[in-house]
Ligand binder design. Structure first.
Ligand code: FE2
Length: 576
């Protein structure tokens, strides 16, 4: 194998841009652009996230040995367009209607080549942006960059890797199998990049358009529909599903839609005049049904019982639950940054596979311990909170003090270690509250200026997980990262009403002491005092803002009264 490389990887998308730093196979840092820009779902070239991951790694741009990215958005000046397009763009620039960034994948399709490097002014890009000249620049396929992290962080000998999203590199799905040391792609790689009329068969997009039809924001509020789904009847399911079919032989989800506009129009027509609960229940049922049948088909074809999933569609914890409960699988894993923010890690892993070959790449696989890949502000959080006016500090016995406050009905935030990568807060930037009050969701929604329709998620210690929730070897790994819903055991539903949905499910995070000792210790102290083995863990953020990153943002949330206290490794802080 070649010597260790310092790899900078990033995804520059229309939304959810992110960057990652890899020291060869070790992910040293990974951060979404939104966490730094403070604009939810930030797209475009993620320079803020790039500089953040480089700083965390202790590298400068000159130290980077290789760049891995996707064929997404770049300033137009870096793309080698044909003469007519250049003239066209020149006219648009003159008219002032030019877009500053363009998609490399689209240019590849138009020029009928997957050789992205031939269409990209790499030398110029490196020179303009302070990287060393001549370092390798690698463009990953969108769905391969979704798929490979879902496989890399497992130790399975065989697997089905299924991805589903809105759209990326001309497809919305990909299907791969690992068997006998070979990774076979059945659908969704660069062969589809060159297909002229890309299929408009994305169920994730249909779900997004239904989200929009309910008055929410597409690409952001899909989780609200997932929560609402349990409150309605799927009476419109047949109206949605008549537009889609699953090929008996090829196992591909298909449709007759020719344009995205036509998809949106059809979804909007079905939704018109119906309440949100009915729409949510219906589109949820359709997506669950098609994805389960498609994955079932491919499990049979690939003869495996291990299932790896990624792509934005699998942020849907109910779809994942249905897959785990109805299909013949031994274990399921969803890459925690399943959306396009995960493509930064994916691009690095695609590059490494290309560099080393599959056998060497497979030998480097490892299970994922955590996603604490952002910046650790260390003692700066304590310096920030201690010196602020009107804040009272309580030293020592932080777990006990935290539990006393929670038992007194207070809502607090834990701020410790490195910020999480991916959409969910998993104990380093989380809000904690008691799970016993059925009204807690209304209280928290009001205080945090949110409107969630799914109860806030619980976290549970590894030793208690199975007695409270339907946790099995199938869903345990996925539940470590809050990527799957499961049933709450009936005897617990009333007692932890604050985290149990109307259909008796929850989406727990299983916590191990070694991953986050403070987070685990607070819960153990709470359990020993109350007999309740879970606490609420919801993202430490307010309204439409991204999860809190810097100490100053944490202080602001405390002084604004969004939370009653903040607990760090050293102390508990309350408003004085
Ligand atoms: Fe994607």
């Amino acid at each position: 194998m070649a010597c260790n490389l310092r790899i900078l990887a990033f995804h520059s998308g229309y939304h959810d841009s992110a960057a990652a730093a890899f020291d060869d196979y070790r992910c040293v840092a990974a951060v979404q652009q939104e966490r730094i820009s403070r604009e939810k779902g930030s797209g475009g070239l993620p320079w803020l996230a790039i500089d953040e991951v480089l700083q965390i790694a202790g590298w400068t741009r000159r130290d980077v040995d290789a760049i891995a990215t996707t064929r997404s958005l770049f300033p137009a000046s870096y793309l080698r367009n044909g003469l007519f397009k250049e003239i066209d763009y020149g006219v648009r620039r003159w008219l002032g209607t030019d877009q500053s960034q363009r998609e490399l994948g689209r240019l590849c399709g138009r020029r009928h080549t997957s050789d992205s490097l031939s269409l990209f002014r790499g030398k110029q890009f490196l020179e303009d942006n302070g990287f060393r000249p001549g370092i390798p620049l690698y463009f990953a396929n969108h769905h391969e960059a979704h798929a490979l992290p879902a496989l890399f962080y497992t130790d399975w000998d065989d697997a089905l890797v299924y991805t589903a999203d809105g759209f990326g590199d001309n497809v919305s799905y990909s299907i791969r199998s690992l068997s006998g040391g070979k990774l076979n792609c059945y659908y969704g790689d660069d062969r589809q990049l060159l297909v002229k009329h890309a299929p408009k068969n994305s169920l994730a997009l249909a779900y997004g358009y239904a989200t929009k039809a309910c008055g929410f924001r597409m690409n952001r509020h899909e989780g609200k529909l997932t929560g609402l789904a349990a409150r309605g009847q799927p009476t419109l399911a047949a109206d949605f599903s008549r537009y889609y079919r699953l090929g008996d032989k090829d196992g591909l989800i298909d449709t007759d839609f020719k344009t995205f506009t036509a998809v949106e129009q059809a979804v909007s027509d079905v939704c018109r005049g119906h309440d949100r609960e009915t729409i949510a229940a219906s589109i949820q049922a359709v997506v669950e049904d098609f994805i389960c049948r498609a994955v079932s088909h491919w499990l049979k074809v690939t003869k495996t019982r291990n299932l790896a999933l990624a792509g934005g569609l699998f942020s849907n914890v109910r779809v994942n639950q249905r897959l785990a409960e109805t299909l013949p699988v031994d274990e399921m894993f969803v890459f925690p940054a399943m959306g396009d923010d995960g493509l930064a890690v994916g691009a690095a892993l695609c590059f490494l596979r290309e560099r080393d070959g599959l056998t060497a790449w497979l030998s480097q696989r490892r299970r994922l311990d955590d996603v604490y890949l952002g910046r650790d502000y260390g003692e700066q959080i304590d310096a920030c909170l201690s010196t602020a006016g009107g804040i009272q500090r309580t030293n020592g016995a932080v777990a006990q003090t935290t539990v006393d406050l929670i038992r007194a009905g207070k809502v607090g935030a834990i701020y410790t270690g490195r910020m999480e990568y991916g959409p969910r807060a998993l104990g380093d930037r989380s809000i904690l509250a008691s799970p016993s009050d059925p009204q807690i969701n209304d209280v928290l929604n009001k205080r945090l200026d949110r409107s969630e329709f799914m109860p806030f998620a619980p976290y549970v210690l590894e030793e208690d997980a199975e007695r409270v929730f339907e946790i099995t070897p199938r869903n345990r790994y996925a539940a470590r990262f809050m990527t799957i819903a499961c049933a709450v055991r009936p005897e617990w539903r009333e007692r932890i009403a604050g985290v149990t949905h109307v259909d008796g499910t929850a989406r727990p995070q299983i916590v191990r002491d070694r991953d986050n000792p403070l987070f685990a210790s607070i819960l153990r102290t709470f359990r020993d005092a109350t007999g309740l083995p879970v606490l609420i863990n919801t993202s430490f953020n307010v309204h439409e803002e991204p999860i809190i990153n810097r100490p100053e943002e944490c202080l602001q949330a405390l002084t604004d009264g969004r939370v009653d206290f903040v607990v760090t490794q050293q102390a508990v802080y309350t408003r004085g």
